[in-house]
Structures are given as structure tokens and as C-alpha cells.
Design a protein around this ligand. Structure first.
Ligand code: NAG
Length: 327
């Protein structure tokens, strides 16, 4: 009797599964399915793999398999039956299809039930590499790798996890002097911070202390308009929606309109775009003009700043904290 009930339940479950499979049509492991990975699916997958590999699972898979066997013991018969069915169905497919589907399924489970132990670090760095590769789809991989190497060489001494960090690493120790020395607008910055400003114009502007120093240089040159405009456009992006049109209007009057008090010079095309956009102002309406100005400063002013007495002075003034001795 009990056996019968169990068989009936099993049949029911199998039927459900068939209905589901028929409904799905597309394999569950395709990203478009957004299938939520569950232990029973994983168990079926591992059982199937176990059949295919004749009991030779990868060590981490074996660990998962044993664990699931114990955990899902009450429906293990069902799981093995499902696995066998799927295995048979798989064999009926054409070989190239089967290989592709197997790879996809395996990838799905590597993502959703990742192998533990020492696999994470290569994955992270690979990930960075692939992200870069995606962004420049038409660049040779050697060029892409070269850029990666250059980036790492430039920044490695500025990563507190790769190089020692003075006076002591606040992420690893309990002394937070580092934070205080590197506050946003400290009077005297550290040498390593000043060095970082020279890496790129973007670095210089992202650091408020660096931006302040750049402003000192611009003031001596009587050419603060470009940066002032860039900052105003930046502020526009972050304001409330209701303030958009008044803000955009006032920025236009200050920097772009003919005869504006702090007039900046942008090319005709960008100007046209901006003026047209201002009919219906939104937070990114000045973006084209802002980019234009950014590139202008990057190409010219930034390099003059790096060679200027202002930058030399701050380099001289900057401090190198003594390493802290923990006793
Ligand atoms: C943290 O380190 C600094 C610099 O070495 C030192 O002067 C300070 O006394 C330390 N603070 C604590 C709470 O240990």
C-alpha cells in the first residue's frame, strides 16, 4: 500500500515535471528564463552528471552531491529517476546540440553553486579582464592586456591591499590615522595622494583636495570658467527635478549665452545641441557641453597644471607619514 502511494506520488511529480518541461520549451538554464536555482534541481543535475561521468565527479561536486543525498534523502528516488530520464533524453539529441547544452547547464551551475576554495581570486581578476574586453570589442587582446598591465603597474602602490599603506592600514588594523590624514579637504595632503592626481585628469577632479589645488592654478591663470561650468553641470545632475529648469537656465545665462559674465567657448555643434535641449531641460541637458569642456581642460590645462609651480609646491609640501609601530 505504502509503496503504491509512493509510486503514485512519484508519477504525479513526474507528470508535473513533464508538463513543466513541455511548457518551458527553452532549457531552464538559459539566462532569459531567470530560473531560481534550487537544491532539488542541482541534485538532479549532479545525479545526471554522476551517471554520465560514471561516478567520477569533481571533488567539490562530490561534496555537494553527498550533502544533497543526505539532505534530500526522502525524495532521492525521484531525483535519480529524473536524472536518468534527462540523461536518456539528452542522448537522443544530436551531438553538437548536446555538447552545447551540457556546457550551458554546467556554466549555470558553476555560477549558482560555485566551487569553493581558491577559485575566487582568479575569477575576480578574469572578470575585470573580461569586462574590459567587452567594452572594447574591436581591440586586439594583446592591446587590451597591455592596458590592464599598465593600469595595474600605475595603481598597485595605491591599493592598500596590494602595497603597504602609511602610517598603517585602517582596513587591517585598529588605527584610523590614515583616514584623518586623507580627509576630503585636509590642508596638507600626503605624497601618494598628490602623485595620484598626476595619473589622469579624472583622478584630479574626483579628489576634492586635488580639485582645490587645480583651482589655485586656474586662478593664477585667470581661467576658472571652464572648471566652474563643469562643476555647475555636475551639480545640476544631482539636484531635485523641480529645480532643473531654473538651474539650467541660470547656468546658461552665466556661461553660455552671448555676452555671459563667465562666458566659455564651446564649438557650434555642441552649442546647438545644448540650446535645443534647453527647450525641455533635464538633469543631463548640459552633458555634451560638460564633456566638451572636460576634454578641453584634459588636453591642455591639466598638463600645464602638472608642470606649473602650483603643482611643484604641493608636491614639496606634501607629507609621507611614518609607518606606525604596533607593539
Ligand atoms: C595611530 O597611529 C599614529 C601614527 O603612528 C599614532 O600617532 C597614534 O598614537 C596611533 N593611535 C593609536 C590609538 O594607537
Amino acid at each position: 500500500m505504502r509503496q503504491n502511494v509512493q509510486n503514485l506520488t512519484l508519477c504525479y511529480l513526474l507528470q508535473m515535471q513533464c508538463v513543466c518541461n513541455a511548457l518551458l520549451d527553452t532549457p531552464y538554464f538559459w539566462p532569459t528564463q531567470k530560473w531560481v536555482a534550487e537544491d532539488s534541481d542541482y541534485a538532479i543535475y549532479l545525479a545526471k552528471r554522476n551517471i554520465r561521468k560514471k561516478g567520477m565527479l569533481e571533488p567539490y561536486e562530490q561534496v555537494h552531491y553527498n550533502h544533497l543525498h543526505e539532505w534530500l534523502n526522502h525524495k532521492w528516488d525521484f531525483i535519480v529517476m529524473q536524472a536518468t530520464e534527462q540523461y536518456k533524453a539528452g542522448k537522443e539529441r544530436k551531438k553538437p546540440d548536446r555538447v552545447v547544452l551540457d556546457c550551458q547547464e554546467r556554466a549555470y551551475w558553476i555560477v549558482n553553486r560555485p566551487p569553493v576554495n581558491n577559485i575566487c581570486i582568479p575569477l575576480v581578476s578574469q572578470n575585470i579582464f573580461y569586462q574590459q574586453a567587452i567594452m572594447r570589442s574591436k581591440v586586439k587582446s594583446s592591446v587590451s592586456l597591455g592596458a590592464l598591465v599598465k593600469y595595474v603597474t600605475t595603481y598597485k602602490n595605491h591599493d592598500p591591499f596590494l602595497a603597504p599603506c602609511l602610517p598603517s592600514n585602517p582596513w587591517q588594523t585598529d588605527n584610523d590615522t590614515y583616514w584623518n590624514l586623507n580627509m576630503r579637504r585636509v590642508e596638507v595632503p600626503t605624497k601618494s595622494r598628490v602623485e595620484r592626481w598626476s595619473f589622469s585628469f579624472f583622478e584630479l577632479l574626483s579628489d576634492l583636495r586635488g580639485r582645490d589645488d587645480f583651482k589655485i592654478f586656474l586662478k593664477r591663470e585667470f581661467s576658472g570658467e571652464n572648471l566652474a561650468f563643469w562643476e555647475a553641470a555636475e551639480e545640476l545632475k544631482l539636484g531635485t527635478a523641480s529645480s532643473m529648469s531654473t538651474k539650467a537656465e541660470s547656468i546658461f545665462k552665466t556661461f553660455l549665452a552671448p555676452g555671459a559674465p563667465r562666458w566659455i567657448n564651446i564649438d557650434g555643434r555642441t552649442m546647438g545641441l545644448t540650446v535645443k535641449g534647453l527647450d525641455h531641460p533635464h538633469r543631463y541637458v548640459l552633458e555634451a557641453a560638460q564633456t566638451h569642456v572636460f576634454l578641453l581642460m584634459k588636453k591642455d590645462t591639466f598638463f600645464r597644471y602638472l608642470k606649473s609651480p602650483v603643482y611643484k609646491e604641493i608636491q614639496k609640501k606634501a607629507i609621507t607619514p611614518e609607518p606606525h609601530n604596533f607593539r
